[in-house]
Structures are given as C-alpha cells and as structure tokens.
Design a protein around this ligand. Structure first.
Ligand SMILES: NC(=O)C1=CN([C@@H]2O[C@H](COP(=O)(O)OP(=O)(O)OC[C@H]3O[C@@H](n4cnc5c(N)ncnc54)[C@H](OP(=O)(O)O)[C@@H]3O)[C@@H](O)[C@H]2O)[C@H](O)CC1
Ligand code: K
Length: 517
C-alpha cells in the first residue's frame, strides 16, 4: 500500500472531486460517513457519551459530519468547536450549518481552559481538532485540551491523524499531541504510524476508503510503501517442476568466533529454509564440530585460525555471501574482511560486526558491490551514518548513505524499514517477540538465501524482512513474546511461505448490513 505525502493527499482530493464530478463538501460527507459507519457497526446504538471535538478546518468538518450522523441515529453525542482560529474552512462552515439543523444542542464553542468539559473514563473522545493541515506550533490552551483528553482515560478515536502530529516531523513534546487508541485515516496510512518516536500516538490504525480516484493512486510514485502480503506476492518466484538443488544456488555464510558459532548455525539454517540449494559456512576452526553436529545439511569450511577469522579464503563459487555475524572486530579479522572485499564479486549481505568493521574503516564502504544489503540494528546504524536528531532525520541520513554507497539499508526495528535510493519500504509483520538473541542472524540468513536463489537484492530484503516477521507472527500464539527464540522463527519460515497463498478471511459484516442484503 502506498504511503502518500500530505501534498499527494491534497492533490488526490482535488483530482477526485474533478474526475468524479463531486464537490469537496461531498468528499467530506463520504469521509465523515465512513467514520460514522465504522463506529455504528461497533456501537450498535450504545448510549455511551461521545464527545466530538472539532477544529475549524476540514478535519473539524469531518468531525461535524460524523456528529450529525450520530445525532440522527440517536447517540448520546456532545459536539465542541475548538476555536483555535477565526479562519474557518468552507466545508467546515457548510457542516456547521447542517448540524445546527438536526439538533437544538448546538456545538459548544471552546476558546480557553475554562471551557473544557468533564470527560468520564467510560466516554469516547473523537479527535477532529487538527488533521494533516497542522503547520505551526499549537496554542497552549489547545495543548492543555490534549492533556485533558489523556488525563480523562477515555477511549480516543482520532480522525485521519492524532491532532498535534504532522505527517513529516516528530513533535517537540508528547504533551503537544493527542494519544489515540485508534486512528481512522483517509486514503493512506501516515508514515508516523510506523516510526519508533511517533507510533505510540496511534496504538491501532485503519485506512478508510473514501473513493479517491484509483488511477491517480495507481500511477503515483510515493516515497514510502507499506509492505504486506499483497506487496510481496508479486516478488515470490514459483518453482519449476524440473528444478534441482543446483537451480537454487549456493549460499556462503561467513562469521563466528569462539563462543559465537551459534550465530552462523542460525544464519545457515535460515538460508536453507529460505530455499537455497546448498549452504556452506565459513568459520574459525573451533566452529567445525558444532556446526557439523547442529546442522548436517550445511558444509563447513574452516579458517586457519582456531578462535576467530583471520583469512577468508575458499574454493567454492557462492551465488551470494552473508558476512559478519559473531565475527568480532579484531584487527586480524578487519584485515581479512578488507582482503575479502577486494577479491569478492558475489552479492553480499553485511550484518553485525562486519557493519562495525565498516564503521571502523569507512574506506571499505567503497569496496562493497553495488546493491549490497546492510542489516544494522539502531546502534550499528548510528555508527554508520552518525547521530540523528529524530526518526525523520534518521531516515533522511540513511537515504543519503544508501545513495552515496549504492547499498540497500535494512533499518531494523518494530517496523523494519528497507531504504534504497529514494524509497522506504515499511514492513508490517513482526512483533516484540523478535527482540531476542539470534533473530538478526536469522534475518541475515533469509535475505542472503533469497539472493542466492536469484532474487534481486532489494526484493530479497523486502521479502526476507516480511517472511521473518510473518514467521514470528505465526508462532506468537504458541510461544508469546517472552518465550519466542530465534530457532523457532526459523522453524516457522515454512508456514510463512505457505501463508502467502492462504485465502484472506472474509471481512466482518455487521448484522445491520446482513439484514439489508
Ligand atoms: N482525502 C482526504 O484525506 C480528505 C481529508 N479530509 C480532511 O481534511 C483534513 C485536512 O484539512 P485542512 O483543512 O487542510 O487542515 P486541518 O483541518 O488539519 O487544519 C485546519 C487549519 O488550521 C490552520 N492551522 C494549522 N496549524 C495551526 C495551528 N497550530 N494553530 C492554528 N491554526 C492552525 C491551517 O490553516 P492556515 O491557513 O491558518 O494555515 C489549517 O488549514 C484531513 O486531515 C482530513 O481529516 C477531507 O475532509 C476529505 C478528504
Ligand atoms: K485529528
């Protein structure tokens, strides 16, 4: 799913109105009605107090449409206009008139703290104060209103985006923002739903379809894309009936040091379950027995050194190489890595300590083949690109780094983001159970394994991140967040592949809709 910028969203509204020959007021009616349908399906007329707080722009206008429908359906609704400016939008005014026609209880105008209503914890707050039009610091009393929402402990439903957030920046203080339990977003999810610093403001989100012109969306090139099953299915390469193990390449996993051989075992096994034909592991001598015992499917090549890698040399021709897990940052290993990079022609995935070696000697970056995949966790990323001010700065710096060195950077996190050239691929699978030893080794093995099978490095990264997260989601039911370990994730990769071809569940249909049909 494409993640549109604010400018692209406004453009989509305009084009839709033109091409469908509807007014912006009608588009707002669709938006507000969709929110109403969503609530009505869940609430079925329940008399819970609903407080709808509307700003004076189009986000507020959506709120007024919703409030009118709630009134018309007999809900216990209170509507407020948060009067932070005199410059009301045209469609806000149209809907301000319309709601006055359906109720004697006109919206309450609010202009200072004294106007705040009491909100009980069992009430529902609808936040339609600011949408994507927020463009400057917010008045103090409005910030206080947001804090009043939070202090009430009432369930908060944000329309389009939690008020106080902008689509392309991180707020200065968490007190300046509405903390929404749920956000119903129009047309496109917002990038801030997926970034570590801003995702907490919208615990859950959903996109509502308001009928934006499909051709416009289809042709649009967006900076960010959300990666789910629909996006990875076209990447998947079906197997031919007459294929054999030679058809799926030979992966080489280079890594390990004394006490850290397990990382290579995990990566090699992950490469195997991703579908490679052959896997070899290159480890220091001390890794020979453990690997042969733990993973009989793998072949093992040993370094001349007992405890760490000192000279990466082998006489096989791997289709792709994954390097770095458990390798350490010894000077001898750095030299071995440098010599390896000077000779190597195979596509590469670089992880863990090999990333730290790159940060230690940045000249090595020039030796990476084009399209090399780097898979840093936040600390490793910081060593590569330097400190960042906030999540947007981090993404911009990563993008610049990716362009400069012509590499793909997989920024690992709750929503792993693969960055390549001008684009962000935001993954949707995975869960906090993955915050455990060895899961990074598994991811590296899967990505290296996919490249080995002939996937382009970018596709392998996006698909690999998806499969890895999906495997973790599948085993969540059995192991929970606490007891999930990396080996179980490997075991579930098979199920993650199979899940690609499962039919989606039928959407939930409300009783009201069933009766109508
Ligand atoms: N396709 C869609 O997604 C649709 C979305 N809709 C809804 O429209 C909003 C965006 O509406 P907009 O009117 O552009 O903006 P807001 O409602 O967010 O803000 C209103 C105006 O407030 C001014 N502003 C901005 N920041 C501040 C501030 N800190 N203090 C005071 N005032 C501020 C600004 O106007 P200025 O001219 O004064 O700069 C804003 O324009 C979107 O989020 C959806 O909810 C449509 O209803 C349907 C289609
Ligand atoms: K809002």
């Amino acid at each position: 799913m494409k993640i549109l910028s604010k400018e692209q969203i406004y453009e989509g509204d305009k084009l839709t109105a033109q091409r469908q020959n509807i007014s912006s007021t009608e588009l707002m009616e669709r938006a507000g009605t969709q929110i109403f349908n969503w609530m009505h399906m869940r609430m079925q007329g329940a008399q819970v107090p609903i407080h709808v707080f509307c700003g004076i722009g189009n986000n507020g206008g959506d709120g007024l449409v919703l409030a009118r429908h709630l009134v018309n359906h007999g809900y216990n609704v209170h509507t407020y206009v948060v009067n932070y400016s005199d410059k009301r939008s045209k469609d806000f005014l149209v809907n301000y008139d319309r709601i006055k026609q359906v109720t004697k209880e006109w919206p309450t105008l609010m202009a200072c703290e004294e106007d705040f209503p009491t909100i009980t914890p069992e009430a529902i707050i609808v936040d339609a104060v600011f949408g994507i039009g927020l463009n400057r610091p917010i008045a103090d009393w409005v910030k206080k209103l947001f804090q009043h929402f939070r202090a009430s402990k009432a369930f908060t439903l944000a329309i389009d985006i939690p008020s106080g957030l902008q689509t392309d920046s991180v707020p200065e203080s968490e007190n300046d923002v509405v903390w929404a339990g749920y956000t119903l977003s129009f047309q496109s999810p917002k990038l801030i739903f997926f970034l570590p610093e801003t995702s907490k403001y919208s615990v859950q989100w959903e996109v509502l379809d308001i009928g934006i012109d499909l051709e416009y969306i289809y042709k649009l090139n967006t900076e960010a894309e959300l990666i789910g099953k629909q996006e990875v299915l076209p990447i998947y390469k079906p197997r031919k009936r007459f294929s054999h193990k030679g058809s799926f390449g030979h992966a080489l996993i280079v890594g390990g040091s004394y006490g850290k051989i397990g990382s290579v075992t995990l990566s090699s096994k992950a490469a195997l379950v991703s579908g490679v034909g052959l896997v070899s592991a290159y480890v220091p001598k001390c890794g020979y027995v453990p690997l042969q015992v733990a993973l009989p499917e793998a072949m093992v090549i040993t370094d001349e050194n007992e405890k760490f890698i000192s000279n990466i040399s082998f006489d096989i021709t791997p289709s792709a190489i994954g390097v770095g897990i458990g390798i350490g940052t010894q000077d001898e290993t750095l030299l071995a890595f440098e010599n390896f990079l000077k000779e190597n022609k195979a596509p590469l995935v670089v992880d863990a300590d090999a990333l730290n070696l790159l940060s230690k000697k940045t000249e090595l970056l020039a030796l990476l083949p084009k399209g090399t995949v780097l898979t840093p966790h936040p600390k490793e990323l910081e060593r590569l690109i330097g400190e960042w001010k906030d999540d947007f700065d981090k993404l911009n710096k990563t993008k610049a780094f990716s362009k400069k060195h012509e590499v793909i950077v997989v920024v690992k996190g709750a929503n792993t983001i693969t960055v390549f050239q001008d684009k962000y691929y935001v993954n949707t699978t995975g869960n906090p159970g993955l915050a455990t030893a060895g899961t990074g080794d598994v991811l590296m093995g899967i990505i290296a394994g996919l490249i080995t099978q002939g996937y382009e490095p970018l596709s392998a990264s996006v698909f690999g991140v998806y499969l890895h997260g999906k495997a973790a989601d599948i085993i969540l039911e059995d192991f929970g967040y606490q007891s999930m370990i990396a080996s179980y994730v490997i075991d579930a990769v098979a199920e993650a592949y199979i899940d690609l071809f499962k039919q989606p569940e039928q959407p939930q249909v409300s009783e009201a809709e069933q009766e109508e049909s």
